[in-house]
Design a protein around this ligand. Sequence first.
Ligand code: ADE
Length: 423
Amino acid sequence: MDFDIADASLAPLGRQRIDWAESHMGVLRAIRERFERSRPLEGLTVAACLHITTETANLLRTLKAGGADVVACASNPLSTQDDVAASLVEHDGIAVFAIRAEDSDTYWAHMDAVLDARPQITMDDGCDLVSRLHAMRPDQVGHVIAGTEETTTGVIRLRAMEADSALRYPIVAVNDANTKHMFDNRYGTGQSTLDGIIRATNVLLAGKRVVVAGYGYCGKGVASRARGMGAQVIVTEVEPLAALEAVMDGFRVEPMEEAAGEGDIFVTVTGNRDVLRAEHFALMRDGAILANSGHFDIEIDLKALAESTGSERRREVRPLVEEYLYPAPEGDRRILVVAEGRLVNLGAAEGHPAAVMDMSFANQALVAEWLMGDGKGINPGVHAVPPAIDSEVARLKLGTEGIRIDTLTDRQREYLASWSTGT
Ligand code: ADE
């Protein structure tokens, strides 16, 4: 088996940590046990371009238990957990091509290695695998039956491909399942983003002014968790509806040109580029901390920051924290960038906790099964997760947590189905 990982001797540690994650992923474990019997993916090659974490390892093992040959690469150069990559290769026979902090050439070479396996299913996180396949290997696209996409940014890119009539096979937007974005994006990103900032900087959040750029599900999570730790949270937005929601959730909403001079900590979670840029750096206070939790490292314009400060006026002050000295009339101002502006929750922490990834990855596994069963033959394009899978994941999750809920009485069911009862 071909693979490329940092250090095979890390496998025992990886195994231990994967098992720990599994102990919080009851839904995925139940699916794996069922897959071992029913083998819904028998004989298929699945290419996964995901963050190589303990949680992902449990998804990949589930796909393998379902009969798939699994090959995997990283969906971000900084998110790979090398011990996990080693364990997947050594203990599970899964071909992994991923090394933490790999350079850009290696990142793409690893993706090409995964595509060389000629997958029939793609499982992407951010759409790099799918867009590279379509752009660089048009002759191979016809070999793919279907795919899935894990994240908001990837779904946006897929819809752009679809609008351009460029997308040539069906892909299910796992991100858009309720049991994915309502939990993973909100509670997962909320907790893991702060976890990354805290692990990297050890900063006290209580009393700090935290500026959250973007009030989608991820931004909502970050804002609410930062408030929960005693920060004063300012939200910036471009969408009136989201801005209004932030206002009524009790946050101060302002344009970044105002917030830039007020914040102690800035977190970008918009999915768009240049959210923090030259005109904002010029206004920032000494010691401002900048972190990004959007999928790509484009939200903080680091090139502009380096140009304003001069490249020799920057240094690493702690692991994963770079200090830029911004020249100002009263003396230099320090601007601190966490995890190179890459997604901070996976670069500086371990990503979302297993208990929430359990639902996201249960959707992935069940959708893969559906694509080979009832979903076989759906048209090229972006598809929703079947509602039955979404509610099954919620039902299973409640079950694994030992939480029971009420059921409708016959009279209640009748009432809901009738239109004749009024005042
Ligand atoms: N995305 C966010 N957190 C993650 C995790 N723990 N594993 C895989 N993908 C993730």
